[in-house]
Design a binder for this molecule. Structure first.
Ligand SMILES: [Zn+2]
Length: 495
């Protein structure tokens, strides 16, 4: 095995093509740009396949050659210059590493750049050109990817996270690596079956009916020639030709069996349409419900402000909930995270303990709402603050906790990130367990940490950038018909 050489790298962005925010190279350099020698020891959601490939090298006895890993917070289109720069950096490293037996890539899978609607397929085509047909290419993807036909044709193995929240990223990385090593050793002959569900939807896996389907696909793996089953949720805020949910089954040279499973899972998924997500309440109604429940509870009620979730490319500076809580005189409520680097800087200048008049949020775009002007106490100022997600730290940049004179708290951050850990608040001087209401800007990743401390979790959709009703978006590129933009849409086997 010591003669085996494996190169790994990562390139990640979830591009909201409806977002007006430009994603430049600076965004990647600021959020996550790890060059060889700079990779941290701990696992990371966005570089899981890379991390596992590196970690397994000494155990499995192959030579590991690291490339660069990039990730930027979800946002609008990536600039052509940024994408080509990162792609070419990785390709240069790969060329220098050759000959290799395998290439492992940690990709998100929903990156769209100026001139590139399928960045991942473009990258894979270049990788294939460099290494040739016989080298194994293994890819780890986020389920919120556009699982295009071209990618499946270019890679030998593709494994997606199964859970949403994505708490299983290390396990899926291990599975990908198991399969890559078996393929390198010539012990398996992977064949892909890809089913297109013709639907755009969101699929949290901690609720039924999705929970049972994920358990089912997991039960199929490892027997009857089934190597891996993945459900690509698709990214509902990315308008490309192949947007939408798909099912990928990889068999050990048993295509007909894989085709049947892919179709069966795909049909089951389509039958769930409209039933995979919780009820979304308009902000005032969500607050009504929360206040009513809170009157009989000693634990917080958590409201997810899903339409301003930076995890889907929204700015995370919409102020509608903050305005509502202040207007309605709610005491013991906190909102977070609100992305406002300027307000953070002003609060830092004043220092912890200061009382200042501060303008908060409402700055980035049409979906940000009006800024809030309030007299606030600066509770804490933290340089390079973090929150936790599945045991790993997520960067918030410089951040402050503030509370208005009326009793409404907020976590203000300078590196755009969605709510994931309860320490988003506690690290900034707000004890989340003592609040009556917590409003978190997230769609689903908050759930694992916040549900246990909450009496109840409510989901709201407001005037933020992200739609829960996908017919609201000005779609141009997605292939039609597709549910829910069209009522009748028939799934089909693509590979
Ligand atoms: Zn995702």
């Amino acid at each position: 095995m010591s003669a085996i050489r494996i190169f790994a790298a990562g390139l990640n962005h979830e591009t909201n093509t409806f977002s007006p925010m430009v994603t430049s190279l600076r965004c990647f350099e600021r959020d996550l740009a790890w060059r060889p020698g700079e990779h941290p020891p701990e696992a990371n959601l966005n570089t899981a396949a890379f991390w596992v490939a590196r970690q397994r090298a000494s155990v499995s006895g192959y030579t590991f050659i690291p490339g660069s890993c990039f990730w930027a917070s979800p946002g609008g289109k990536v600039t052509r210059q940024a994408y080509e720069f990162m792609r070419d950096e990785i390709l240069g490293q790969l060329e220098a590493a050759c000959p290799v037996n395998a290439v492992v890539l940690a990709l998100h899978g929903a990156m769209v750049a100026d001139g590139y609607d399928d960045c991942e397929a473009d990258l894979l085509a270049h990788v294939r050109r460099v290494v040739g047909q016989d080298v194994v290419i293994g890819v780890g993807l986020d389920p919120h990817c556009h699982l295009t036909v071209r990618r499946c044709e270019l890679a030998d193995l593709i494994v997606l996270f199964k859970e949403y929240p994505h708490t299983d990223y290390v396990e899926r990385g291990q599975e990908l690596m198991d399969l890559v090593l078996k393929r390198v050793a010539g012990r398996i002959s992977p064949r892909m079956s890809l089913w297109d569900c013709r639907m755009i939807a969101s699929f949290p896996t901690d609720r039924q009916p999705m929970r049972a389907l994920v358990d089912h696909i997991q039960s199929l793996e490892g027997k009857n020639n089934v190597l891996s089953v993945s459900i690509a949720h698709g990214f509902p805020s990315g308008d490309v030709v192949e947007s939408g949910a798909r099912v990928l089954v990889i068999t050990d040279d048993d295509k007909a069996h894989g085709d049947r499973i892919a179709q069966d899972i795909g049909v089951r998924l389509y039958e769930m349409r409209g039933n995979t997500v919780p009820q979304f309440l308009e902000p005032n109604k969500a607050l009504d419900s929360a206040l009513q429940i809170a009157s009989t509870s000693d634990k917080p009620i958590t409201i997810a402000d899903t339409s301003d979730n930076s995890g889907g490319g929204a700015p995370s500076d919409n102020t509608d909930f903050l305005h509502l809580l202040i207007q309605r005189g709610v005491k013991g409520a906190s909102v977070g995270p609100i992305w406002d680097p300027l307000a953070v800087q002003l609060a830092f200048d004043a220092g912890a303990g200061a009382r200042i008049r501060l303008r908060i949020g409402g700055k980035v775009c049409f979906a940000s709402g009006e800024p809030v002007d309030a007299e606030v106490e600066v509770l804490s100022c933290v340089r390079n603050a973090t929150q936790s997600f599945a045991g790993a730290p997520a960067a918030l940049g410089d951040a402050v906790g503030i509370r208005t004179s009326g009793g409404v708290g907020a976590a203000l951050i300078s590196a755009r990130c969605q709510a994931m850990g309860v320490d988003l608040f506690s690290n900034l001087g707000i004890d989340p367990t003592r609040e009556k209401i917590l409003v978190v800007k997230s769609n689903q990743h908050f759930y694992t940490a916040f549900a246990p401390i909450s009496h109840h979790v409510l989901y709201a959709t407001g005037r933020g950038l992200l739609a829960t009703d996908y017919t609201r978006y000005p779609w141009e590129k997605v292939k039609r018909p597709i549910w829910p933009l069209d009522s009748a849409a028939a799934g089909q086997l693509l590979l």
